[in-house]
Design a protein around this ligand. Structure first.
Ligand SMILES: *[C@@H]1O[C@H](CO)[C@@H](O)[C@H](O)[C@H]1NC(C)=O
Ligand SMILES: *[C@@H]1O[C@H](CO)[C@@H](O)[C@H](O)[C@H]1NC(C)=O
Length: 415
């Protein structure tokens, strides 16, 4: 009936014309041509647009005439009620002579769920967000990650400028489920929007972050622990800044070092701003394990993970007196539990006594000075007044004596 050319043309037109219902999207943007997407558990309707109205159509599923169980075929259509994964496959419709009218691959899945994500800055220049889907969709999925930046001002949100501060959180195909904002501003807050998209729809989550709050350096690197010659209780420990931390004078790190003999469980901790530290209370003759972690010098964000471990045993020096060896082995010497944390409380309490004494002395001095000043002022006024009176009387000697007498009087009263 048809010439080969018009036949091919017709098939092409029909392939493009397979219509979809509300629960189905057909889309080439997902890289799979001729695929129809349907929602699991919903009624899926395939339409054979190539059928002339009223003429019967035959459906085939993966080439066979057997169709999924409860499917129905209203004129020109195929209905798959509450479609399940088992109903996926290639559906084709044919006219009565068996001629292919159109075909499509049906893939079933779910709408995207709201993705979960968190963000972290391993330095003050960049930060990254990591996300995970919350629903198994069975469908090709991609993510759009954007941010809206604003300086930290407690103004109401409606006054933000709408578009100028928006940007894309850049995704790297080599690292899926992750995006990076470069040249981040330490004092700005960012409203992150991570959107999960699949052929059936999209779903997004918003989250406000500030770089200082999500700052978490990488662990320090190159940790080394070494014995100190002739010092049986010392270990010299050194490390380097994490390579992901740009070295700049304004953004430094501080460190905490934890150490213990390998055979004990409890750590001692010291904090330092340096990249080396001498442990002075190591156990003689015991192998120690050491780790270090880093935090922003001004306490922004959180501590890094602990670095890789390093091991060392103090030197066996001759300086070790027998008594020192004895105390070193005794229990009470060791449990200086986290000495770096304790000083925050104890020395303050210890220092309070002398400080109080000084304060009392100072206030006594101020009080005495004040009293003296009042007395002198009083005496001066008295003297002026009496001098006026005495201009006529000219009894200077007597008045001066009186003034001196009055000077002593209020002092006794006040005190
Ligand atoms: C989040 O991003 C998606 C995709 O770009 C967009 O459709 C949605 O409107 C955004 N939501 C908000 C609140 O900005
Ligand atoms: C910021 O991120 C980019 C891309 O991930 C990286 O090349 C660059 O080294 C990072 N900058 C710093 C200071 O780490």
């Amino acid at each position: 009936m048809l010439t080969p050319v018009s036949y091919v043309g017709r098939v092409v037109v029909l392939l493009a014309a397979v219509l979809v219902t509300t629960s189905i999207t057909m889309s080439g943007e997902w890289g799979e041509e001729g695929v129809t997407y349907g929602q699991l558990g919903k009624d899926v309707i395939l339409t054979c647009a190539g059928a002339s109205p009223g003429s019967p159509v035959e459906w085939r599923w993966d080439g066979a005439t057997v169709l999924p169980g409860d499917s129905a075929a209203p004129p020109g259509q195929l209905l798959l009620p509450r479609a399940q994964l088992a109903s996926e496959g290639i559906y084709s419709c044919h006219d009565t002579s068996g001629l292919l009218l159109s075909s499509t691959a049906l893939r079933l899945g779910r709408l995207p769920g709201v993705p979960s994500f968190s963000c972290r800055a391993s330095n003050y220049e960049n930060f990254s967000c990591f996300w995970a889907s919350s629903v198994e969709t069975f469908l090709p999925t991609r993510y759009i990650a954007t941010y809206r930046k604003r300086l930290q001002q407690p103004k109401d949100e409606s006054q933000r400028s709408p578009t100028s501060d928006m940007g894309l959180c850049i995704q790297d195909p080599a690292h899926p489920l992750l995006c990076t904002v470069s040249k981040s501003q330490f004092w700005s807050s960012y409203r992150m929007n991570v959107t999960e998209v699949n052929p059936l729809g999209s779903s997004f989550r918003l989250q406000d972050i500030t770089v200082q709050a999500i700052l978490k350096p990488d662990p320090p690197e190159g940790l080394r622990a070494e014995p100190v010659p002739a010092a049986p209780r010392r270990l010299h420990v050194s490390w380097e800044y994490p390579s992901s931390w740009p070295r700049e004078p304004h953004f430094q790190l501080r460190f905490r070092l934890q150490y213990r003999p390998v055979i004990y469980n409890s750590w001692s901790v010291v904090e330092t701003a340096n990249v080396s530290e001498v442990i002075t209370d190591a156990f003689m003759g015991l192998e120690h394990v050491v780790q270090v972690s880093a935090k922003d010098f001004l306490d922004a964000g959180s501590w890094s993970e602990w670095s890789a471990e390093a091991w060392a045993t103090p030197a066996t020096g001759q300086t070790a007196a027998p008594s020192e060896a004895a105390t070193a082995a005794a229990e009470p010497e060791w449990p200086a539990e986290e000495p770096s944390l304790a000083p925050n409380n104890e020395p303050v309490a210890g220092r309070s006594d002398p400080t109080e004494k000084v304060a009392v002395l100072v206030s006594l001095g101020v009080f005495a000075f004040f009293v003296l000043a009042v007395i002198l002022a009083f005496a001066f006024l008295l003297w002026i007044r009496m001098k006026k009176h005495s201009k006529e009387a000219t009894k200077n000697h007597d008045l001066l004596a009186a003034a001196i007498h009055m000077k002593a009087l209020p002092k006794a009263q006040i005190l």
